[in-house]
Write a protein that binds this ligand. Structure first.
Ligand SMILES: [Zn+2]
Length: 285
């Protein structure tokens, strides 16, 4: 599943190729991908003649601000890739794969194609005068961005204080911090020497601060590497990221820890596979 660094990698790619480009048409091949409006025809009509102004990322949502010559206020295109969604920038003559869900057309035979094997991905068109947060309701539940000032030491410490759930489960909660998923939760817990099963209220203040710093560091490193090689992630040119080869624990079960040599373990925690080094991340009593 794409996490923050992968979605950010896609955003950077989209910003490079689509800003200033005008949508001249489109085709919805799988109507359920369109979360709003209800009618795929209205979705395409709304996007027709709109020009991409910029792309922002909020958690794992991608939002493009669009301008129309007929309005001075913007409309928006929202995308969530979910499990397997991919946005690809290509030419229209590239054969349409069976998992293609939505096609947006541009001049010079260009196309932005949404391909999604598992079909959980979603797209929204937010009309002029509508509020993206009202239409894309998942945006309302997101906690602060990990790179923002709001994700401060005080905020993180306060959010975990007195909580009896595991720290791994807390990190996956998008209302606590937006965009961190399974891969980077495991990596950040290793980097800060914290066992994933540790309950939030057992953590020392100093561990909480080390963890916060590790989250920011691992996400920045992965964005620099163009996202991860794990899962089906591809950037908009269909290229895999490079983070996977550098991972400390994720996907390395049974292999020696890069620090101490102990075998990396994998367990199920809150329904998700969880990787850790039992020596570097000792269970708390
Ligand atoms: Zn170790």
């Amino acid at each position: 599943m794409p996490e923050l660094p992968e979605v950010e990698t896609v955003r950077i790619g989209l910003e490079k190729v689509t800003v200033g480009m005008q949508i001249i048409g489109g085709d919805v091949l799988y109507p359920r991908t369109i979360a709003h409006p209800q009618s795929p025809q209205v979705f395409i009509q709304g996007l027709q003649n709109a020009t991409f102004l910029l792309w922002i990322r909020r958690g794992k949502y991608l939002l493009s601000k669009l301008s129309l010559a007929t309005h001075d206020r913007p409309s928006w295109l929202g995308v969530h890739l979910r499990m397997t969604g991919q946005l690809l920038w290509l030419t229209q003559d590239i054969p349409v794969h069976k998992h293609t869900r939505v096609r947006l057309f541009f001049e010079d035979n260009r196309e932005l194609r949404f391909v999604d094997q598992r079909t959980f991905g979603q797209m929204w068109w937010v009309a002029v005068g509508e509020d993206p947060e009202q239409i894309i309701s998942g945006l309302q539940k997101l906690g602060p961005e990990p790179f923002s000032e709001e994700f401060s030491e005080e905020y993180f410490g306060e959010s975990l204080r007195g909580r009896k759930r595991s720290i791994k489960s807390a990190l996956l909660d998008q209302a606590l911090v937006a965009g961190v998923g399974n891969i980077y939760a495991d990596e950040a817990l290793f980097m800060s020497g914290i066992c994933p099963m540790t309950l939030c209220h057992q953590l020392q203040a100093e561990q909480v601060q080390r963890l916060r710093a590790a989250i920011v560091e691992v996400l920045s490193t992965s964005i620099g590497a163009g996202g991860t090689t794990f899962s089906d992630f591809r950037d908009i040119k269909g290229v895999n990221g490079n983070y996977g080869g550098m991972s400390w624990v994720y996907g390395r079960q049974g292999q020696p820890c890069r620090i101490c040599g102990q075998h990396i373990e994998r367990i199920k925690l809150v329904g998700r596979s969880t990787h850790f080094c039992p020596r570097c991340q000792p269970a708390m009593k």
